[in-house]
Design a protein around this ligand. Structure first.
Ligand SMILES: Cc1cc2nc3c(=O)[nH]c(=O)nc-3n(C[C@H](O)[C@H](O)[C@H](O)COP(=O)(O)OP(=O)(O)OC[C@H]3O[C@@H](n4cnc5c(N)ncnc54)[C@H](O)[C@@H]3O)c2cc1C
Length: 447
């Protein structure tokens, strides 16, 4: 018998990782603290509990990056997708599931697997020896989080996300916006033009503040605290504190000259900063928000230059434990300082049931390959799974790293017409290319 793989956390990622590794022939012990120790969001002791919505989002594998991730996980015999399909509910183009039947099905499959043992109880420290995958999710218990923090450093572990909306570069109107760093700071031309600037006149600013104050906001979940308020206030809270607050904060216009209208001084400026090495995604600096998604798109498109913005992800603030993966993990998802430990799931800085399960699938296969003495490179970053793991383990800007959903902005661009009109063809090219690459990755592995 080969070495045992220990998996910490029986959520979306941990369950999928256990399934993949056991199916590769590796003995697995899956550790889960529920129901002995509870979290504020989980209700049961089942594996892969869906803590909030019962949706796996779009199931369109030709036009949507999440749908493509579904396709890849199905192709890799994923347990989460198999159970989601088995217990699906009618939901138009989305994949919604009967949550209790789904997690009961995952639990049964794990318990029935001859190579998986389950152990209940909280693990409070990062293990020293053996092969491990840590998949304890956004609500990692306090003691374990503390242990992760002492291994990785205080700045490398976050307890809240503060996500500013992310915009596809191609959807920004560069006839209105311009590239410039404040006071033209920087040694190189690239640094001096690191930001995209969107100018506002006084009436535009006033209308924007009115819309912000009137917009629908999301309430905090029970058990979430407002500690994050230090240093990352939601923009609507800043606006509530005073109509000028934003103009003296993230929207200050100083040190910037409108390249299109040098003689006009902007009353306020919204800045966007590059969010990935590819330069396909830009985040709106300092614009973390609790506005509801519908309200967000409406309000943000009032910003000149963003009137046709497409959003790779919208903003949010949640209780969320995650590590700074771009600095801490290698491309095998191993902790650089302790390579016997892999991380998977939402704690790596991906976001959502599907993305978390996908990272579990990958970590499970990689850990099994290592135990069995094989090499398993990550899938090409032209695939959904590969683009995500590439993003968290190096493609993302480490300094501003925040959790990410899968989206086509993480993929290397395809040769196709830009803009809204070309979108359908472009997305099809992305998904065709990904399917080919993912199939090749699977075919190169022993069955
Ligand atoms: C309040 C809330 C609402 C959310 N709503 C949605 C949503 O609607 N849609 C969506 O896609 N995503 C949502 N998410 C994100 C969602 O949690 C993740 O997408 C997904 O569950 C992450 O999978 P995971 O396996 O990484 O973590 P989880 O599924 O949370 O699994 C982690 C497991 O580790 C266990 N664990 C933690 N610490 C320890 C320890 N020390 N010892 C042993 N076991 C431990 C936990 O009990 C848990 O079972 C939400 C998150 C929160 C917190």
């Amino acid at each position: 018998m080969t070495d045992t793989l220990h998996i910490l956390g029986g959520g979306m990622a941990g369950s999928e990782a256990a399934w993949q590794a056991a199916n590769a022939g590796v003995r697995v012990v899956l550790h889960e603290m529920r129901p002995t120790v509870e979290t504020f969001a989980h209700r049961t002791g089942d594996f892969a509990e869906m803590v909030c919505s019962n949706s796996f989002r779009s199931d369109d594998d030709e036009q949507n990056a999440v749908g493509l991730l579904h396709w890849e996980m199905r192709a890799a015999d994923g347990l989460i997708m198999a159970m989601a399909d088995k217990h699906s509910l009618p939901a138009g183009g989305a994949l919604a599931v009967d949550r209790d039947a789904f997690s009961a099905g995952v639990t049964r499959a794990i318990k029935d697997h001859p190579l998986i043992e389950t152990r209940y109880g909280e693990i409070t420290e990062l293990p020293k020896d053996g092969h491990w995958i840590v998949a304890t999710g956004p609500l990692t218990s306090g003691a374990l989080a503390e242990s992760i923090r002492s291994e990785t450093g205080a700045d490398a572990l976050a307890f809240f996300d503060a996500i500013a909306p992310i915009v596809y570069f191609e959807s920004i109107d560069m006839d209105v916006a311009w590239l410039q760093s404040r006071y033209d700071k920087g040694e190189t031309e690239e640094e001096r033009t690191a930001y995209i600037n969107c100018p506002m006149t006084k009436p535009e600013y006033e209308a924007f503040i009115d819309a912000l104050l009137a917009a629908d906001k999301t309430e905090f979940h029970e058990g979430e605290t407002a500690k994050y308020f230090d240093g990352c206030l939601p923009i609507e809270v800043m606006a509530e504190r005073g109509r000028e607050t934003l103009r003296h904060g993230p929207m200050k216009p100083i040190g910037l000259t409108n390249r299109h209208k040098p003689e006009e001084k902007a009353y306020a400026v919204v800045q966007l900063r590059r969010d990935n090495a590819l330069g396909t995604l830009y985040n709106i600096v300092g614009f973390q928000t609790k506005m509801k998604y519908g309200a967000q798109t409406e309000v943000l498109r009032m910003i000149p230059g963003l009137q046709n913005a497409s959003f790779a992800r919208l903003g949010g603030i949640h209780r969320n434990t995650f590590i700074n993966s771009p600095t801490l993990l290698d491309n095998q998802m191993r902790l650089k300082s302790r390579p016997n430990i892999r991380f998977a799931g939402q704690i790596t800085g991906v976001e959502g049931y599907v993305e978390s399960s996908a990272m579990g699938l990958l970590a499970g296969r990689m850990a099994a390959a290592e135990i069995l003495g094989r090499d398993l490179p990550p899938p090409s970053y032209e695939t959904a799974m590969g683009s995500l793991v590439n993003h968290i383990t190096g493609g993302a800007e480490a300094k501003t790293f925040q959790p990410m959903n899968v989206n086509f902005g993480l993929f290397p661009p395809v040769e196709a017409r830009g803009g809204r009109r070309g979108r359908k063809d472009r997305y099809k090219l992305y998904t065709d290319r990904a399917k080919e690459q993912f199939t090749a990755w699977l075919d190169a592995q022993p069955k």
